[in-house]
Design a protein around this ligand. Structure first.
Ligand SMILES: O=C(O)C(=O)Cc1ccc(O)cc1
Ligand SMILES: [Fe+2]
Length: 419
């Protein structure tokens, strides 16, 4: 039996300069710094935007490594050579029980169940290694904890005079997390998440092949995508689908590169990150145009698709029919896909049954061409559209091939791919 997850709690980053990323998250991406843990051996900052929480950990310098007990709480300081996003932390009902179940399934634990306490009560956590590169999962049990975040963190009060909800940037939660994986590992990864956390496959597109996944192997794109989802659990630890109420949480997408079309962004990630791992995270927004505009004004850079995207046959009309202006979308490189969902009762696709998906990728946020963020607005569409995937892929390729190349140290570019 798998361990059922109550919900995604936070995602943690390990970086060489926490202040730099902290500044970007606050000033550019409009997250609020709401908790911090500063000790001689560690710097940990927690940021929130709606239900999306990032914890930024400063990687210790080489000389202070080795003693993790005083270092990162709820995580461990990875000996990773570059900035990385590598821990997706989940809340569970019972960490001790989860630990036993997962140990019996053969999982490797980096931190055994450990309890931390403050005046607000106890929290128990444990860290399990995944089979994807440096990705690990902290399991947290905080049912008896009444504090704002986690014991050990000082809470930073928000200045409520600034307004409760930022309507110009309505990001509400993490929509999906995309892994860059080596060739031919997709099914192993899916099998692990199914066995360990009860994740289930879902089809990205109606053209997807059960065995092959969603494959694009043409026009310079060599990509295999597959996706999985899980459901938030009810209090009793019962997965909601069985209780009749389905409430999916963050989705997981696996991206694998196909060799036929030449070296690409997944290969670049694997090479520069020096391991498989989290390539990007989709931030769900209620209004992508406002959000992209606010973030761009604050200095966020987005990857744009080729200009021809907005002038291709029928695209302008499609954008206008969805209630958007092609100029506004083009300004920040926002893409729009339409899913012609057929209403089973009417036998034809009516305008009400058209579902839209709007997406845009940011440029990488670390020094290397590795991790980036995505904004995603879903208007009825639950998967990922083929048109957007192609255009998103091309926007990243164009950036990597034309702009970024000169800024990178020479040896990184010539280093042979490890995969
Ligand atoms: O469409 C999405 O949001 C995806 O996550 C698909 C995807 C995955 C990896 C890429 O390098 C480009 C696109
Ligand atoms: Fe994505």
């Amino acid at each position: 039996m798998a361990v059922f997850l109550s919900r995604l709690h936070h995602v943690s980053l390990h970086v060489s300069n926490a202040e730099k990323i902290a500044n970007d998250l606050v000033s550019k991406f409009k997250f609020d710094l709401f908790a911090a843990r500063l000790t001689d051996k560690s710097k940990q900052f927690a940021f929130r935007k709606g239900a999306a929480v990032f914890v930024v950990n400063e990687r210790p310098s080489k000389s202070s490594q080795g003693n993790n007990s005083l270092g990162c709480l709820y995580d461990l300081s990875p000996l990773h050579p570059v900035d990385t996003v590598n821990n997706v932390c989940f809340e569970v009902e019972d960490v001790q029980r989860s630990f036993k179940v997962l140990r019996d399934l053969g999982c490797n634990f980096l931190v055994p169940p450990t309890t931390v306490e403050d005046v607000n009560g106890p929290v128990t956590y444990s860290v399990v290694k995944s089979i994807v590169g440096n990705v690990c999962h902290t399991l947290i049990e905080k049912t008896n904890y009444e504090g704002v975040f986690l014991p050990g963190f000082d809470v930073i009060e928000k200045d409520w005079s600034l307004g409760e909800e930022d309507m110009s940037c309505p990001v509400t939660h993490f929509d999906h997390i995309t892994y860059a994986c080596p060739r031919k590992t997709t099914y192993q990864v899916m099998g692990w998440y199914e066995k360990v956390f009860g994740f289930q496959r879902f089809f990205i597109d109606s053209n997807e092949d059960v065995d092959e996944g969603f494959v694009i192997n043409q026009e310079g794109i060599g990509l295999r995508l597959t996706a999985m989802e899980y459901w938030k659990c009810s209090k009793a630890g019962i997965a909601l689908p069985f209780a009749g109420k389905k409430e999916p949480d963050c989705k997981f997408v696996i991206a694998e590169s196909l060799p036929e079309q030449g070296r690409n962004q997944v290969d670049t990630f694997l090479e520069q990150h020096r391991a498989p791992g989290i390539q990007h995270i989709g931030l769900y927004t209620k209004n992508i145009v406002f959000t992209a505009h606010t973030m761009a004004e604050a200095g966020v850079q987005f990857s744009s698709p080729p200009p021809a995207y907005y002038t291709q046959l029928g695209k302008q009309q499609e954008i206008e029919e969805a209630g958007h202006s092609p100029q506004m979308l083009a300004q920040h490189g926002i893409l729009l896909d339409t899913d012609l969902h057929q209403d089973p009762l009417s036998q034809r696709a009516s305008s009400e049954s058209k579902r839209h998906l709007l997406q845009v990728f940011t440029k990488p946020i670390f020094a290397e061409n590795t991790f980036f963020l995505e904004l995603i607005e879903r208007r009825g569409a639950t998967g990922f559209g083929e048109g957007n995937i192609k255009a998103l892929w091309q926007s990243v390729q164009a950036y990597m091939e034309n702009e970024r190349v000169d800024h990178l140290p020479r040896q990184r570019l010539t280093m042979a791919s490890a995969f």
